[in-house]
Design a protein around this ligand. Sequence first.
Ligand SMILES: O=P(O)(O)OC[C@H]1O[C@](O)(CO)[C@@H](O)[C@@H]1O
Length: 531
Amino acid sequence: MWTKVKALDTDQRIVDLFENDADRAANFSVSALDMLFDYSKTAMDVAARDALFELANAAKLAEKRDAMFAGETINDTEGRAVLHTALRNLSGDPIIVDGADVMPDVLATLDRMQAFSDDVRNGAFQGQGGKITDVVNIGIGGSDLGPAMATLALAPYHDGPNLHYVSNVDGAHIADTLRGLNAETTLVVVASKTFTTIETMTNARTAMAWMSETVKDPAAQFAALSTSEEKTAAMGIPAARVFGFEDWVGGRYSLWGPIGLGIMIAVGGDAFRAFLRGAEAMDRHFRAAEMHENLPVMLALVGIWHNQICGHATRAVLPYDQRLSRLPAYLQQLEMESNGKSVQMDGSDVAVHTGPIVWGEPGTNGQHAFYQLIHQGSRAVPCEFLLAAEGHEEDLVHQHQLLIANCLAQSEALMKGRSLEEARALMVAKGFAGDELERQARHRVFPGNRPSTTLLYPKLTPEMLGQIIALYEHRVFVEGVILGINSYDQWGVELGKELATALQPVVEGKASVDGKDGSTQALVRYIHTRT
Ligand SMILES: O=P(O)(O)OC[C@H]1O[C@](O)(CO)[C@@H](O)[C@@H]1O
């Protein structure tokens, strides 16, 4: 399956591809749902793209996509359907799992979430000291990264109480968050699909203890988001404030339902529904558009091109949108927990590297940090720029224009670079000559031919955010299908969890470190001598 694509020419100069095709920008971009995905500044040509289409067809992409939307058990190492798309299926069209339509429950839960979030926002639900001023969401991984990223992204629409996200088991996180909050007007939302995650359960107990120092009935100011009503009840949280979902919603795909309650409390039910509508529109697009016009498919094929074919192990995600500053962290879980696998569905080893390794920071901050390596380092890093045509700050249009100019300049600089000749001319103009001119000029050469893509959208509204996130989710799906892996399990996180549980008594001094490897013994002894 990989033979043909592995034989593709990956060494073409991008500027030459533009020279040879006056319409390259149009021919190598996708315009859909008011977004523009430009992948013309990559070394992909028509032959490469056609071969990638063949690869996707050979992997039975369309069939597998339809199976996912139809609720088939595609997560077959956990025996589950993969139906986060049901959470944003506002049309209510039936989706059948195990013979029953899941949509009535999904929509009823959405209505319950809205009723509760309205009550919190308008003061009908009160803390023991009055209207809720602060909400602390305690969760980790998918129960934190998505909602935290989206709450920040939607800051211009945030007219509800303050939202705080606590995830780390490091007591510093919850201590710093709770300090300064009034327990009597704080709502704690414990977000955990399984309601067993040690970090979340530990932080929830800490929050409960903090609350009980001040209020009579701490559990009255707790809500829970989980698939397990039994476990939430054991924490003393009444069913009326428990928002449930089914195991066919993966943790890192869960912000569309109850796990998104914090987003809804922040921006209100209407904006949250607009967010869902955006994702629903992307779902429809993904199911209907031809491959070359299909945003998730093209993002994925460019990803496969850079990672599996050109051999670039990492990808930088660079939002020129400050409010998407948590997007890279969110994508690290979405992409790396989903597609960081080495075994195919049938248990055999993968034929190619999986990944990719995703990292990034918002522009322009990154420009003053790691872009040096991106431009002149010895390895190419495909860059993925995201940019809104318009910002929200009507009185700061000139700043947005400066932001845009910076983003576009980066992709131009990466592609074109600066030749030795140009660098020499620059140094001559500065008065350098002879050997020193040569030496200095070499340091100012930019190799260029560094690939990048740009995703443009009109403005970061709730609807657009929904589209963007759903776009990335489906991209992960497409890459997973082509790699032949299960994108929806995460067995790789288990071993560390088991060993941490076994090490806890050792760290506490209640069990011996003997029997551990020499390094672990030395580390534990160091800690014991300092505490
Ligand atoms: O929502 P939960 O069950 O607390 O899980 C949190 C996170 O932990 C993980 O299972 C990984 O450890 C993620 O997949 C998940 O998003």
